[in-house]
Design a protein around this ligand. Structure first.
Ligand SMILES: [Zn+2]
Length: 96
């Protein structure tokens, strides 16, 4: 990109996927949700792709859960109990 320039680019690591990227390209992620209180804080960073992923609707996230569980390789009963436990862990108890 700017190979001939001598600008020192600080690089940061995306907390979600672990890739490193220039700080100027990263999105700051503050787990406390307060970007304005900067004193004494260390921000975490996300690359654009992961930042975008975080904005997905829960529905998309559920598809990720299915992949995570590896839906195909378990019996249905095993899968269902595992799946509901995971969903409960992440979203709280589902009231019917
Ligand atoms: Zn990332």
């Amino acid at each position: 990109m700017w190979g001939s320039r001598k600008t020192k680019q600080e690089s940061v690591t995306c907390i979600a996927c672990g890739c490193s990227l220039p700080r100027s390209e990263a999105r700051e992620y503050d787990k406390y949700g307060d970007r304005w209180e900067r004193a004494g804080k260390e921000f975490e960073h996300l690359c654009k792709a992961c930042d975008h992923d975080l904005c997905h609707q829960p529905r998309d996230e559920l598809e990720g859960l299915l992949v995570e569980i590896d839906a195909g390789s378990h019996s249905q009963a095993e899968f269902l109990s595992w799946y509901s436990a995971l969903v409960e862990e992440r979203y709280g108890t589902i009231e019917e």
